[in-house]
Design a protein around this ligand. Structure first.
Ligand code: HEM
Length: 412
């Protein structure tokens, strides 16, 4: 429960941000935006100011330029904004995992899970993933309408994570409920008290769940959970916090994002039956559409880096101690790299140059998995329901960073 003083501070900040947004400050406009509002006109205005734009809200640069963002992600003078794990309370899978850690912890922890995410390792799972998708469609058979996000993509994506990590499949409903953590942890709006309480409850559930799983020792031999648990007996390899945060990030970063991609791809196919038919008949067209969907509507819209030392990135001198908001979605619509960027072109020759999976040392470890599970699950959906259509208004996630549908009602 917030104190009166905390509430007054928050009201003051909210008011100041709203006023700055009214005056045209671009960061403030991004902060007050709700999940269902189109962010792309703001990104264009950021880019119109040059490689970086400034804000009156603090020592922060913003960039929607492809050249600047890609160089910044690879620049050794920039790092992720890390923080100490909380002294009490549950770990936060986004902030306390290797996603937001720097050297030497970042490569040490990332290396431990990399073997499960290589293209070769994943290809061996294609059939298992397809089985998961078809099994869920069997469970939904006979329904006159369903929510393709909550009833299909979420269960499939969570079961895929279980399959990959060795978490018990029977737990999928409990894990699916944890999906709120990502949008709530990555929004840059000031959360309401209700959202803060919900986030805390979910984090406590995640912590408890992982502790139970690790302690039970029932993860199948050779699975990711078993391998990490074994390493946790070696205090130099992995301590309890690292173990829980690493499992947490794979679970949390790994399903709402993929569900976002599946939702955007499905919407495209529902709205464009010719494209759907072409893509279902030709894998190259399908994969081109998937990549263009990642460019056009990336589920993760931005990331942030701290400038550790004064440096130059793409010809811009950056001051030490400032932060830079890298608008991955804005950079993926930079006309310097993608002609007519607001046009969706499944055959765009360089769609793959998008920054939907970021770049540099923190490049998404799950990029191959996200592509594979989206391909398999969307394909299975349209194979079984070739005439799938909308049955209600879709709803967006309430986050500025995770741009994904929370719900899309459909009829088979
Ligand atoms: C379409 C789906 C996905 C998108 C758009 C996405 C996007 C991203 C982005 C933008 C980053 C980098 C953030 C930064 O640079 O600060 C990232 C990192 C990460 N992603 Fe993904 N992701 C997706 C799917 C997945 C999946 C399926 C998993 C795992 C099961 C996963 C696990 C991770 C992890 C562990 C990191 C941290 C990597 C590091 O810091 O070294 N992601 N993701």
């Amino acid at each position: 429960m917030r104190t009166f003083r905390q509430r007054s501070h928050l009201l003051f900040f909210r008011g100041a941000i709203r006023y700055a947004a009214f005056r045209g400050d671009l960061l403030a406009r991004l902060i007050v935006r709700t999940g269902d509002q189109n962010p792309y006109p703001i990104y264009e205005q950021v880019r119109a100011r040059g490689p970086v734009a400034r804000t009156s809200l603090g020592p922060v640069y913003l960039s929607a330029s492809h050249g600047f963002v890609s160089q910044a992600l690879r620049s050794p003078e920039l790092s992720v904004v890390d923080s100490e794990p909380p002294a009490t309370g549950p770990l936060r899978p986004v902030q306390d995992s290797f996603l937001m850690r720097n050297r030497p912890d970042h490569p040490r922890l990332r290396r431990l899970v990399t073997p499960w995410f290589t293209a070769k390792a994943l290809q061996q799972r294609r059939e298992a993933l397809s089985g998961i998708a078809h099994q869920r469609l069997d469970e939904l058979a006979g329904q006159k309408s369903f929510d393709v996000v909550q009833d299909y993509f979420v269960p499939v994506a969570v079961r895929v994570i279980c399959e990959l990590t060795g978490l018990p499949l029977k737990d999928w409903r409990r894990l699916a409920a944890l999906g709120d953590i990502l949008p709530l942890s990555t929004t840059n709006r000031i959360p309401s008290e209700r959202q803060e309480r919900l986030l805390q409850t979910r984090l406590i559930d995640l912590d408890a769940y992982q502790d139970e799983t690790v302690r039970s020792g029932t993860a199948p031999e050779g699975s990711l959970v078993a391998a990490l648990t074994d390493r946790a007996t070696d205090p130099n390899a992995l301590n309890r916090n690292d173990l829980i945060a690493t499992l947490g990030v794979l679970l949390i970063a790994g399903f709402e994002t993929s569900v976002g991609l599946m939702g955007h791809l499905t919407t495209r196919f529902v709205e464009h039956p010719d494209l759907r038919r072409a893509a279902l008949g030709d894998r190259e067209v399908f994969l081109g559409t998937l990549e263009e969907t990642l460019r056009f509507e990336p589920p993760v819209q931005f990331t942030v880096r701290r400038i550790d030392q004064e440096c130059e990135v793409d010809g811009v001198r950056l001051k030490s101690g400032r932060e830079v908001m890298l608008l991955l979605a804005g950079a993926s619509r930079d006309p310097e790299v993608f002609p007519d960027p607001a046009e969706f072109r499944p055959d765009r020759p360089n769609s793959k140059a998008h920054l939907a999976f970021s770049g540099g040392e923190h490049y998404c470890i799950g990029a191959n998995l996200a592509r594979l599970e989206s391909e398999v699950s969307v394909q299975a959906l349209f194979e079984r329901h070739p005439e799938l259509r909308r049955a209600g208004r879709p709803r967006w996630q309430p986050s500025q960073n995770i741009r994904a549908f929370r719900s899309i009602p459909v009829s088979p």
